[in-house]
Structures are given as structure tokens and as C-alpha cells.
Design a protein. Sequence first.
Length: 538
Amino acid sequence: MDISKLPQLALAAKQRSILSLFSNPDRVGEYSISAAGLFLDYSKQNINKEELDALIQLARDAGLNEKMTAMFAGEKINNTEQRAVLHSILRAPLSEKQQVLGVVSEEVVNTELKMQDIVSQVHSGKLTGITGKKYTDVLAIGIGGSYYGIKVALSALKSYQNNGPNVHVLANVDGGALQEKLELLKADTTLVVVISKTFTTQETLLNAKAVKEWMLKTELNENIISRQWYAVSSSVEKATAFGICPENILPMWDWVGGRFSLWSAVGFPLALAIGNENFAKLKQGAYAMDQHFQSAEFESNMPVIMALLGIWNRNALGYASLAILPYDHSLRALPGYLQQTDMESNGKSVATNGKKLPWLTAPVVFGQEGTNSQHAFMQLMHQGDDIIPTDFILALNGSSPYQEHHKVLVANCLAQSEALMRGKTLHQVEAELKEQGATPEEISSLAPHKTMKGNTPSNMLLLDEVTPFSLGALLALYEHKIFVQGVLWQLNSYDQWGVELGKELGKQILSVMSGDENHKLSSSTAGLIKRFLNANQV
């Protein structure tokens, strides 16, 4: 069986209610998994044992076991770029690094030790800025994968940032974002980290040059760049030409994709914020999920089950979206992070063999922190015609001292998952209105407006609390889920050629703005450029 057969398998599921599946008194026990400190309850998915068994067989038929082995062994599974996919090895013990990477493991370990040393020296005040003052702030400049991982971890682990400098991330090419950051900083106490694999990324370099000019103008000391600036890049030559001291350049490897790079030196700004011990715990949590993923049978394998449920919802039931709703303020950046890791990885329509795929792939991923979403787009989820599968993410223990707030938060989360499943029928609404004393005319007029379709599937992911370890496990869970789905969809999850077209056209448009009249842009875009130039009197 392949994915094209799933709609036929789902004919019965499309006619039944999820609630009816709970006639099985053991459903929650049979449809839940614990791994690496996380708990997944997927009993509110519209799937039964026969259908799930068929999906598991689909994974076996697709050679998932062999593909997993190939990835962890360092084979070049990124076939369009001829690269290995080995971000997971960066959180593995030394013995595994040596076994998989060989001589390269020495460079990886040396990089980790160098990072740890810099972090220790910054925290102790031994490493200072140009004027001898202790660093108070770090400005990390990057975009895409060089930005999102740091952003989500910084907000998630804010309570662990007690002894380190304040870390700020600059990605947006909008000058307003740059100005906002610079107003918070003092040049002589700010350590800058530029993150760019090629050191040619347009947005990153534009921001880096502006920060460099600000810093030189503020301190009037050209040595401030070589002293206070660091780079994470594979292009030592370009970073050095920019003015960064070669000793301050940490490497990036082509077998670590940008959106999975938090575990590499890209995580350097995060380590500066939370310290070496907590950064190590983040990796330990991810490694615990790696081990579970590699060792657990598919029937009890959390990333595999989540991936198969996603395939079922997308390709069997025909649901086009996935909502990520963390009911924890510290995880508010997670939906944006998963938008990139999921849609940039699997948002493709061509198989690894170059042929057009006969089925749809990645869903549209969106979301925000839970209670805010209840007063925004969840109206559509309850009463619109589209069914939107949902991942609820909840910490059982809150990180604030306001326990009553956390109790209400948890109640809201559980209520929404139940409400999305149950809905409310016209008959139920009419009975409620009648009990409230409404007249027959009022009931007839109002009842249709208060019905909700229900039957929306959801996962409930529980963490004991948000810690470096649990965050690492959570991020690794979604990484592996995305990999599994890529295998079943028969695509390459680790290239991103679709990102390049916009970059190429952006360069062309900039040249037109500078006076180049030789272009093949549409009349719409040419007219918009003209309006921009006129508005700015260029």
C-alpha cells in the first residue's frame, strides 16, 4: 500500500464521530505514549486500530527503518545537495560522534570546548569588551534557521537566564527592528555574533554592516570589531574580511541544515544566555528523544506515531492545516519555529527521484499561545467548515508562582481539546435554550448560530514543566516527525530550493532600483518599484 490508497481506507472514518471511539474503555491507555519525559495522548484522533496498523505497515513498506539507519549513520540522504543530515550527532556522546564522524569528530568536540570556554569567560567577567567592562548584552544577527531556533529557546528558557548577558536576536531586514535593538544596547558592553553559513546572506550582512557602523561611530575604536565580534560561518575568509578575528569564528558544517542547527555553534548565543550546564541539558533532552526514536517499535514510537497521524489527517481525511497551540507563555515562539521546520522541510511536490508527487505533502502550520488563540482564530476552528487538526502542548507545572492562573490555563487547554472533539449539535442547543426559557421563535432563530461541528482531531502533548531537557526532547520530537513524514511522502526534507527564487529576484529588483533598466519583471512589479522610488525621491 502507498499513500494514494489512504482515502479509500478512510471512508469509514469520514462518516464516524471521534467521540464514538471512546466506547473502548481502554482507548486512552492504548492511544498514548511516554518518551524522554514527554507524554502524548492521541486518543482524540479519528483513527482506530485497523487504520493505525495499516499506517504502520505503510511506514515499514516505505523502508523507514532503513532510512532511519542511513540518516543516523551519516549517509547522504539529502540527495539534491549530496549531503549527510547529522544535526542529531551533535547531541550524542563522544563515542557516537567518533564512530559516525571519524576524524571530523575532533573538530566538532574542539568547537564545543571552545564555545564552553567563551561562555565561561563571559559569565565570569574574564572576557570583556574594549573598555574592560563586563558584557551585559549579546546581539545575535541571523535569519531563518540561524534565528528561529535561538528565538524559541530564548523565550522558552527565560527563567534559566540568571547569570548570563541579555541576548537579543536580530533577523528582520526592516530598519525599524534594527533601531529597536540598538536603542537597548551600549556598544562597549555588547558582544555581537553574526550567524551565516556562507557569510553572504543579504539580510544578515545588511544588518551586520549597520551594527558595525553604529559600534564604530559610538566607540571610535576600530579594534572593537575584532575584540567584541564573533561569527558562526563556514567562510572564514569572508568573515575575516569583514573584520572579525579568525580566532572568533566558529565553524558550520554542510551536514547540519539551518533549521536544525540549534545544536551546533549556531546555539552559541543561547549558551551565552543560559550557561553551559543548561545548554548541555538541552542536548541531553534531545538525545533522549533520539534514542527513543531509534529503539522503540513503531507502535510505541512517539515521533513515528505523530508523523503517521499527520499523514492520516493530510492524505486520508484531507485536512489541509495543522494548528500548534502551546498553553504556556514561554513556548509562544514555538509555532513560528515549527512553521519553518515543517513547511520548509516538507513543503514540496517533487519526489527524491525528480518526478511529480501524486499526493499532497506538508500542511499549513500556524498557531500561537493557547488562550490568545481562543479569542482569535479558534472561532473558525469551532464553527467554520474546515477541520483543523491540532497539537495542544501543555506543561503540567507552571513556571510562575501564580498557581491559580496555571490551573485556569490548564482547564482552558483541556476544555478546548474536548470542545473541538465534541462540538454541539442543533438538538443540544435547542434543548439548552428551551431549558433557559427561550420561546420557540427565539429557539428557531438563535439555535443554528450556536452549533459547533466538533469531530476535530487533536494531540495532547504534556511536559512536566518547561526545562532545558524537556525543550530539547520536544524539539527533537518534531524534527523526527518531519523526517518520517518526508520518508513516507518520498521527498527530500533537507533542501529548500523554493527559498532561492525570491532571493534571486530580490537582487534583480535592487539592481533596478539602482538604475538598471534591463529586466524581465512584470509591469506590476516595475510599477511598484517606480512608486517606491518616487516616494523616496530616488
